[in-house]
Design a protein around this ligand. Sequence first.
Ligand code: GZL
Length: 345
Amino acid sequence: MKKIAVFTAITLLLPVLLAGCGSSVIKEENKVETVSEELLTVGFSQLGAESDWRNTNTVSMQEALSKENGFNLVYKNGQQKQANQITAVRMFIQQGVDYIVLAPATETGWDIVLAEARDANIPVILVDRRVDVSDKGLYSCWVGSDFELESKKVTAWLKAFSDRRNISPENIHIVNIQGSIGSTAQIGRTRGLANAAREYGWDLLTEASGDFTENKGREVMAALLKGHDNINVVYCENDNMAIGAIDAIESAGRKVGPNILNGDIMVVSFDGVNEQSLDYCREGKISCIAECNPLHGPRVRALIEALQAGETPEKFNYVDERIFSSLDIVDNISVDGITYDVEEP
Ligand code: GZL
C-alpha cells in the first residue's frame, strides 16, 4: 500500500443545509495530520456545489469514506471548473494518495491528467458523470446514472399523460432548460427529449442552459417567456432549475400545472433530491420528476474495498432510480421493454 501522506488542506466548514438530508453539512477538512497506516487515503475531486443533488452526493461520499470506515478523505470542491479539478487531481498525485475519486464537470479534457495518475499507479474511480477519453483503461470503474433512460422515463410519462388527456402532439410546445453544457447528465437528458419530440411530433421550441442552478434557471425561463408566447411545457434538466423556472413563470402572471389546454404551463424535472421540488411535485406544480440517485458513497466504498482485495469490479455500475408524480393519471410507464411504476413523491 502506498505510503500515507501528511496532508494540509484549507478548512472551511461550509454549513450547507441539505434539503432531503436534514442538517447534514459539507466540510472541507483542514487538518495537518499524519494518518495511521491502516487508513486508505482517498483524494476526492467533486465538481462543485451547484445543486442539492451535488451537495447530497458530497455528503454521501464523506459519510461513506470516513475514518470510522477506514478512510482518510481529502475533499476538494472544483467550483464547476474543470481546471480546478485538474489542479486537485495533480495535488492528489503529488501527495501520493491511494485512490482518486473524480466527479468530472464535463466529459472532455481528461486524457492527460488521468494518464499522470496512471503513471503514478494511482487508481481512479469516476462518479456521476462520464469522461470521453481515448483509453478507458485510464480509470478503474464508474458509478452513476443512465441519464438518457431518465429522459426516456419523463418523456414516456408526458406521452402517456397527453394521450390520456387527448392533447394532440402538435399542441405540446416544449422548451428545454438544460444543465451544464457538455456534462453527461445534460447530454443524455437533452438527447432523450430531442428524440422523443421527433418521435412523438412535439413542438420543441428551443433549448437554453441554466447550468443546473436555481438562479440561472429563473433567468433563462424569464427570457424564454419573453421570446415565446406559446410555451406550455418546460423540461428542466434538474430540480434547482425547475424551482427557478416556476418562480419566473409565476412572476410573469402565469399558472404552473398540468392543465395545459386551459393555459397552465407544465413543468417536468430530474433529481428528486430537493425537498421543495418534491413538495411542488406533491402539489402538482412539478408534474413529473425522474429520480437521479446521488447516494454514490457506499458504492464507491465497496468498489475501493473490492480493488483493495485484488478483485476486478464491473467497469460501469448503474444506480437504480424511480419516477415520481402526484397526478394519478399515469400509473406506470414502459421504457425499452421494462415497466416502471409511477410513485408518489
Ligand atoms: C446528475 C448530476 C446533475 C444533477 C444536477 O447525476 O450530474 O448535476 O442532475 C447536478 O442536479 O448539478
